[in-house]
Design a protein around this ligand. Structure first.
Ligand SMILES: NC(=O)c1ccc[n+]([C@@H]2O[C@H](COP(=O)([O-])OP(=O)(O)OC[C@H]3O[C@@H](n4cnc5c(N)ncnc54)[C@H](O)[C@@H]3O)[C@@H](O)[C@H]2O)c1
Length: 453
């Protein structure tokens, strides 16, 4: 038999052809901020897509054509539905998939250690349905080694057909392919199209890398293939640790600048004019979101296995974790200037989302600040156009409704925690008795009522 025919008969060649002809069936597990947009992108490119989620309400909403993510309009879900996109909680349907992409959460547990339970449970649920020739890609952010030590180990030990991950060119025909490819979305950032964000891919072997790269090439303009899943895992962590450490640096410098009477934002703006060697980071009321406050600790935990202390990560964590306390102290000082005690004061917090223009509350510093203000006897209300109501989450139970901005004059202090673009800051300053601004949202407004912290 000629070599080309032999090649075309391999599982890798078959999957390659399916990807090229857009007939490869894509299964996305975890339809959250990462998984849902990813599934929609594949659907737009005419791939048959099935989404899997254990949250029955999400499955029901998607199948009825509704969205639950602010920046994804329901019309996009409906359009995908017309192209055959369906959501389900039935893992048995994974047997029909050609590529399975895992986008489940990777939080920290109560001891601030990696909680891999979502990845483990998902992998255990995939294993009984695993097929030879399938491509399994992990996208969840995690420590280097997870793909090989956790995902592959579970898939190999728990699939009933004795299938093994392809590890070299001469892999047997009953192999499956595995890769890690980190998600790089920046929620709320409209300046870079998702398609223009290069996609890093690291497969267990060359064929796995090539297949994952080919699949992602249909929705991203550029893929960057690295030599292993561990390199891809570490790449994502480096990106997030870089942000975390630099944010801590400006947070610390802000505290010094406040003491010295220097405006840190003016300093950053001036430094940003340097055309090389400087990238601006901005201080704030504390870290938030799923990634920056969480991911670095995946690495510091793993480093301990190698008897290694990741000191930059620990120090950055310490500085950033202190910022909500600094904000509360600033509110207390500002009230004091107005001859008011924190105890009994009415405070309106503007913005509870972890950053501007997103409907995401995860790890938001606002939650810590509310708790700290209440501990000191303040009466706290909030306004956030993205959250008409805040109920119960993993670490909070607020049951609060957003207060209309017309009520600003009734409050002793307005505290800006999230600088949403929709707010009319000059009007807010005009109506408020006192404004404490942790984001420099009131820049350019010269008023004795404003305290920048
Ligand atoms: N949100 C971001 O901006 C972002 C950016 C880069 C990387 N990441 C990483 O991507 C991963 C997913 O993050 P996200 O923001 O999409 O999380 P998310 O909480 O928005 O979504 C996760 C989804 O997975 C579902 N899920 C949980 N366990 C499941 C299971 N066993 N089977 C099927 N579905 C399950 C949940 O119901 C939820 O819908 C995380 O590792 C995160 O660190 C997120």
């Amino acid at each position: 038999m000629p070599k080309t025919e032999l090649d075309s008969a391999t599982p890798a060649a078959q999957l390659r052809r399916k990807i090229e002809t857009r007939s490869a069936r894509v299964g996305i597990i975890g339809l959250g901020y990462v998984g849902l947009p990813l599934g929609l992108l594949f659907s737009e490119e005419k791939f048959p897509v099935t989404g899997f989620d254990i949250d029955a309400s999400k499955v029901e909403k998607l199948n009825s054509g509704a969205s639950y993510i602010h920046h994804i309009p329901s019309t996009e879900i409906q359009a995908a539905g017309k192209r055959g996109f369906r959501a389900t909680a039935d893992y048995a349907q994974l047997a029909q998939a050609d590529a399975i992409i895992i986008c489940v959460p990777t939080p920290l547990d109560e001891y601030r250690e990696p909680d891999l339970s979502y990845i483990e449970l998902t992998t255990e649920a995939i294993a009984p349905h695993l097929q030879a020739g399938q491509l399994v890609i992990l996208e969840s952010t995690t420590y280097p080694g997870t793909t090989e030590e956790v995902l592959v180990k579970i898939l190999e030990s728990k699939n009933p057909r004795g299938l093994k991950a392809a590890r070299h060119e001469a892999a047997p025909a009953n192999s499956f392919f595995v890769a890690f490819s980190p998600e790089r979305e920046d929620p709320g950032n409209q300046s870079v199209a998702r398609r223009d964000i290069p996609k890093v891919v690291g497969g267990m072997d060359k064929a796995s890398s090539e297949l994952a790269s080919l699949l992602y090439s249909s929705i991203f303009n550029r893929t960057v293939v690295v030599s292993s899943p561990a390199v891809a895992e570490m790449t994502k962590l480096l990106e997030n640790i870089y942000r975390c450490v630099n944010i801590a640096l400006v947070n610390e410098l802000k505290l010094l600048c406040l003491r010295m009477g220097i405006n840190i934002w003016e300093v950053i703006e001036a430094a940003s004019t340097k055309p090389f060697g400087f990238h601006p980071f901005y201080p704030g009321p504390g870290l938030g979101g799923h990634c920056i406050p969480v991911d670095p600790f995946y690495l510091s935990w793993k480093a301990k296995e190698y008897d290694f202390q990741t000191r930059f990560i620990e120090l950055a964590g310490e500085v950033n974790a202190n910022m909500p306390y600094h904000v509360v102290q600033a509110v207390s000082g500002a009230l004091n200037q107005h001859k008011k005690a924190m105890n009994g004061s009415r405070i309106l917090m503007l913005g509870v989302a972890y950053k501007k223009d997103v409907d995401d509350l995860r790890e938001s510093p606002a939650l810590t600040i509310i708790e700290l203000l209440r501990q000191q006897g303040a009466e706290v209300s909030y306004n956030d156009p993205y959250f008409p109501f805040v109920g119960r989450g993993r670490r909070y139970d607020l049951q609060m409704h957003s207060t209309p901005l017309e009520k600003i004059p009734e409050f002793d202090c307005v505290l800006i925690v999230t600088d949403h673009s929709d707010y009319d800051y000059p009007a807010i300053v005009r109506q408020a008795k006192l404004v404490v601004d942790s984001r420099n949202a009131t820049r350019g407004i010269d008023s004795p009522k404003v305290v920048r912290c």
